[in-house]
Write a protein that binds this ligand. Structure first.
Ligand code: SAM
Length: 264
């Protein structure tokens, strides 16, 4: 099963619970004190009145976490293929927001309608990425910019052995990044057909997990549990992790993330 398997993606994101489990771990244990969604927003260099869709917005965390510094007049439309995610985004954001259920492969917007498109950890879930990237290029004006965030191959490297304790059938490359089709390593090549200038901003970050806390929920929130057809092993895993933490004093986890800033 790959990260762009439609059955996995629709089950994984039928609501925000799996994503929330992963966000909770990062909020608690990231060594970079600048939160991820603040870091993404820091990169935006856009005019007043900018028109921006987020593609694959999830529960709207990017905007919820930056509401205090949204420039006057920006016109943001949140889109996601999941009805459940759009419902949660409506709940987390002010009433006057714009929300739309839409597939990244069939963006329901006119050509040249936007100054920027945001795809924040979305493209690796899209089976026909070529179609999605050309749709993003189509809806951008000539000076438009695509912000496409994703992970690199080392992201969460240390989670693999922990998952294999829980799910022995989990193959070596199962988790996390070997099967990610849009990554920090291969993203520029995929964008370059339509975006002549794609710069990669890399984020310095890692996790230092000092107590078990949300780690078991994180581990069962992803594809390994989905492949195994079960996610009910949290108590057993928590015990193993308690012993590991007591012996090592903490678990370091690599965070390999970043964002392409791409112009036509
Ligand atoms: C990892 S979450 C990221 C959510 C959000 N951008 C964030 O940063 O919190 C990926 C999101 O992409 C959405 N998604 C997956 N495939 C999609 C598609 N083909 N079109 C639109 N959204 C999609 C999922 O429903 C999910 O909400």
């Amino acid at each position: 099963m790959s990260y762009d398997d439609p059955g996995y993606v629709s089950e994984q994101y039928r609501n925000a619970s799996n994503l929330d489990a992963r966000v909770a771990l990062h909020e608690r244990f990231s060594t970079n004190r600048r939160p991820w969604q603040r870091w993404v927003f820091d990169a935006f260099d856009l005019p007043g009145g900018a028109r921006i869709p987020e593609v694959g917005c999830g529960p709207g965390n990017l905007w919820a976490e930056n509401l205090d510094r949204m420039p006057e007049g920006w016109n943001v439309t949140l889109t996601d293929a999941s009805q459940g995610m759009i419902r949660e985004a409506r709940d987390r954001l002010p009433d006057d927001g714009r929300f739309r259920v839409a597939d990244a492969q069939k963006l329901p917007f006119e050509a040249g309608a936007f100054d920027a498109v945001v795809a924040n950890h979305d493209l690796y879930h899209v089976p026909d990425r070529g179609r999605a990237i050309s749709g993003m290029s189509r809806v951008l004006g000539p000076a438009g910019v695509l912000y496409a965030a994703t992970n690199g191959r080392d992201h969460d490297r240390e989670m693999g052995p922990m998952l294999r304790v829980l799910f022995p059938a989990c193959p070596d490359d199962d988790y996390p990044q070997a099967r990610v089709g849009f990554s920090l390593e291969n993203g520029e090549e995929q964008l370059s057909r339509l975006f002549g200038d794609a710069r990669l901003l890399r984020r310095e970050d890692s996790l230092f997990v000092a107590e078990v806390g949300p780690l078991p929920d994180y581990l069962v929130s992803g594809p390994a549990a989905h492949d195994a057809g079960r996610a009910g092993e949290v108590p057993a895993l928590a015990g193993l992790l308690e012993r590991e933490l007591a012996a090592r004093g903490g678990i370091h986890v690599t965070n390999d993330t970043g964002m392409f800033v791409a112009r036509k």
